[in-house]
Write a protein that binds this ligand. Structure first.
Ligand SMILES: CSC[C@H]1O[C@H](OP(=O)(O)O)[C@H](O)[C@@H]1O
Ligand SMILES: Nc1ncnc2[nH]cnc12
Length: 295
């Protein structure tokens, strides 16, 4: 019998997505981690017969702003539930005319404009440098993009996502600068979430839903929460449809390089890792923390 508290796939719900309809819930998990509590309790259940964990990023009722999000606690908690692949659902602004409100975008690159977030598990005596050249899992990204296109939703696979600190939206000068840098869409939450997922050797990809044209477009009003929420209603309905359809394909994905990201990444002499650091990091790094046999 499957363990009701374990799931290999997780959905992190963004703005507007605080629960999954059609989710056969089997457990509600209230986890504590060395980094505090996650954004909310995590529900574990089945979607299309596939075990899935669901966590609303901002908490139910949207109580946590992007700078306050407990990113490390969220990823740590999902890892301890056995999660190997994460689908992040996110509301984004568009920085390019072709990326229209209610389109879905699966980004393949990131530009980090965050400033005040804890973005690594590896500190306090243990140092690791994971590869982040390609920040998203190609396998999960393709399943999401194909699943959306298959449902007739205008979909863009491959885009550069700018992640800003917020919570205020960008100035017009910033918005134009991001466009000049090659940014296609903009949000506030994918970093450090994607980086921490990579450190925890989990596949991670984003289903980004366009809600607005930020503030650069001469023919469209500047972004407001009202504008975002208006488009979120349609976007959230579409994400629920896609999520249901892609579950079997996500579950069928084979091993992936994301799941060995820590091989050769930890540079610290294992003999110098304290007992406390070992215990804290073991759920994330497992045997990568052990002293090699021939050391
Ligand atoms: C409500 S608009 C700004 C807000 O929406 C996005 O959140 P999420 O990525 O969790 O969907 C954006 O990143 C901001 O946090
Ligand atoms: N214009 C925007 N900037 C940052 N995050 C957003 N989320 C939705 N729209 C956004």
């Amino acid at each position: 019998m499957p363990n009701q508290l374990q799931a290999e796939i997780a959905i992190i719900g963004g703005s507007g997505l605080y629960e999954i309809q059609g989710f056969a819930e089997t457990a509600v998990v209230d986890i504590d981690t060395p980094y505090g509590k996650p954004s909310d309790v995590i529900t574990v259940g089945e979607l299309f017969d596939v075990p899935v964990a669901f966590l609303p990023r901002h908490g139910r009722g949207h109580r946590i702003n992007p700078s306050e999000l407990p990113f490390r606690a969220n990823i740590y908690a999902l890892k301890t539930l056995g999660v190997k692949r994460i689908v992040s659902v996110s509301a984004v602004g568009s920085l390019q005319a072709d990326y229209e409100p209610q389109h879905m975008v699966v980004p393949d690159q990131l530009i980090d404009r965050t400033r005040r977030r804890d973005s690594t598990f590896f500190e306090d005596g243990v140092v690791a440098h994971v590869s982040f050249a390609d920040p998203f899992c190609p396998g999960v990204s393709t399943v999401i993009a194909d699943g959306a296109a298959g449902q007739g939703i205008p979909t863009h696979q491959g885009a550069t996502l700018v992640v800003m600190e917020g919570p205020a939206f960008s100035t017009r000068a910033e918005s134009n600068m991001y466009r000049a840098w090659g940014g296609d869409i903009i949000g506030m939450t994918t970093l450090p979430e994607a980086k921490l997922a990579r450190e925890a050797e989990m596949c991670y990809a984003v289903m980004a839903w366009v809600t607005d044209y930020d503030c650069w477009h001469p023919d469209h009003d500047d972004v407001t929460v009202e504008m975002v929420v208006d488009n979120l209603v349609a976007n959230v309905a579409n994400s629920r449809i896609i999520l249901r359809h892609i579950m079997p394909e996500l579950a069928a994905l084979g091993p992936c390089d994301c799941q060995t990201a820590l091989t050769n990444a930890i540079i610290t002499d294992r003999r110098r890792i304290s007992e406390a650091a070992y215990r804290r990091l073991h759920p994330i790094a497992g045997t990568h923390l052990d002293v090699p046999m021939n050391a």
